[in-house]
Design a protein around this ligand. Structure first.
Ligand SMILES: NC(=O)C1=CN([C@@H]2O[C@H](COP(=O)(O)OP(=O)(O)OC[C@H]3O[C@@H](n4cnc5c(N)ncnc54)[C@H](OP(=O)(O)O)[C@@H]3O)[C@@H](O)[C@H]2O)C=CC1
Ligand SMILES: CC(=O)[C@@H](O)[C@H](O)COP(=O)(O)O
Ligand SMILES: [Mn+2]
Length: 415
């Protein structure tokens, strides 16, 4: 890369945000941080701002914002606070790349703003795509404007580059190929899943799971929401829909396979019977770096797999009986334009209730299922932003009403 790319990071104090700043620190010639935005952690945000000297700094929490401007005096940064900060930064930071690494569907407006600004959207916040669906697809201004950071989808994008697939908002033409024609050689996308901490457990075993157990992901140190979603398989459910929306592959041609070691990040099967797997250590540095530098690769982002060491990689089918989240999402995504917004919002409420001791572990997906059953759905043409946000709000209230009537099987919470 010749001129450094201007990068805005939404969610800079989280797991992805911190690792993105590590990548940028190691490649100062390639990037310039122009904006940083966080939710509540003013102390870390101030430290990051002192190191990276962005033009804009935003924080959602108004209390946490008190004093932030004072701490940053003399740096020349404009300091914003409030719930609109991330969206404002996405729209106005004049970034070449906006990394959306906030958690939850609160990331939807920033995702739309980033796309409308013309910036490349490095997308870790899968919820915004899954919830916004066609709204996000329609905000895309050019093929390839969305670059996935989620490890499975980064793997799919890398594997798709091996065959002709000129479809989707993340279209992957072969190098040097011209106009997009919609042609595809892709038969299937196969997403790998770790299986989470409860791989092999029965539905009965799962009933007594505690928040502490659910937060022990076998391979990755991630935020509370995505870690809990990995344990329930809601993460894989969101990822199946994310892949469908990114690459325009029908839901029925997207499969999942449990691969506990997570060295293979996902696979693409082509119509001649060949399968491309993308492999790497179970870490996020490479997907993050590719998100910032796509389609170029940076040097020495992470240590590669050590092939001198004996290793065994296992694969097994997902137990849809004990973990119904993926099938539930496939049905929801096919049902209407607002069903996935309802799915995700009910899940966000249920995860919060689980961690505050108000709901048992299996109650999370059960709540999502029951809220979906009450939702009538909205057609694609009627699903504007207000309608999607309205469906979300309705789902949060419906989930809370169900949770209030539930007696949790475990007491106490992690937070
Ligand atoms: N962590 C990982 O390895 C992976 C994560 N992802 C996805 O990436 C996203 C982020 O995950 P992760 O980094 O683990 O999550 P974390 O919980 O670690 O971090 C979330 C970040 O978002 C910030 N934030 C929350 N709400 C707002 C808001 N309204 N405005 C601005 N900032 C906000 C938080 O700020 P603060 O801490 O200051 O409150 C924090 O910086 C999720 O969508 C997740 O599914 C995908 C693949 C892998
Ligand atoms: C690293 C990453 O992309 C996470 O989404 C991770 O893949 C979670 O893994 P599982 O949901 O398969 O446990
Ligand atoms: Mn993932």
């Amino acid at each position: 890369m010749s001129t450094p790319r201007r990068v805005a990071i939404l969610g800079s104090t989280g797991s992805i945000g911190i690792q993105a700043l590590e990548v940028i620190s190691a490649h100062p010639e390639s990037f310039r941080v122009v904006a940083l935005c966080a939710g509540t952690n003013a102390a870390l945000l101030a430290e990051q701002a002192r190191t990276f000297r962005p033009e804009l700094v935003g924080i959602r929490d108004d209390d946490a914002a008190k004093g932030l401007a004072d701490q940053l005096k003399g740096l020349g940064a404009e300091v914003l606070s409030g719930v609109e900060s991330a969206e404002h930064i996405a729209a106005h930071s004049q970034a070449d790349v906006v990394l959306n690494a906030v958690t939850g569907s609160i990331g939807l407006k920033p995702t739309l703003a980033a796309l409308r600004s013309g910036a490349t959207l490095a997308l870790a916040n899968k919820e915004s795509l899954v919830v916004g669906g066609a709204l996000v697809q329609q905000a895309v201004q050019r093929p390839g404007q969305v670059v996935p950071v989620d490890s499975e989808h980064s793997a799919l994008a890398q594997a798709l580059a091996s065959g002709r697939h000129q479809k989707g908002v993340c279209a992957v033409p072969r190098p040097g190929e011209g106009e997009l024609t919609g042609e595809t050689e892709v038969a299937k996308l196969i997403l790998t899943a770790s299986g989470g901490p409860f791989r092999g457990w029965t539905a009965q075993d799962l009933a007594a799971v505690t928040p502490e157990q659910a937060l022990k992901h076998p391979n990755f140190a991630m935020g509370v929401m995505v870690t809990t979603n990995s344990a329930t398989m809601v993460n894989k459910a969101l990822e199946v829909v994310e892949a469908h929306l990114l690459f325009d592959v029908p839901l029925e041609r997207i499969d999942t396979v449990i691969h506990p070691q997570q060295y293979i990040h996902s696979l693409v099967e082509f119509h001649d019977g060949s399968t491309m797997a993308q492999a790497g250590p179970p870490r996020m540095l490479v997907p993050i770096a590719l998100g910032l530098s796509w389609p170029d690769r940076l040097h020495k982002v992470d240590s590669p797999i050590d092939w001198t060491r004996p290793m065994s990689w296992e694969f097994e089918p997902l137990d849809h009986g004990a973990f119904p989240a993926v099938q539930l999402a496939k049905h929801a995504a096919a049902a209407s334009a607002t069903h996935m917004a309802v799915y995700n919002a009910a899940n966000e409420q249920a995860v919060e209730a689980f961690h505050t001791g108000r709901l048992g572990f299996t109650g999370i997906v059960a709540t999502v299922e029951q809220v979906l059953a009450q939702h009538t759905g909205v057609s694609q043409s009627a699903a504007d932003l207000d309608t999607v946000l309205g469906a979300e709000e309705w789902a949060r209230q419906a989930a809370e009403a169900l949770i209030a009537r539930t007696t949790p099987t475990v007491s106490g919470g992690a937070r």
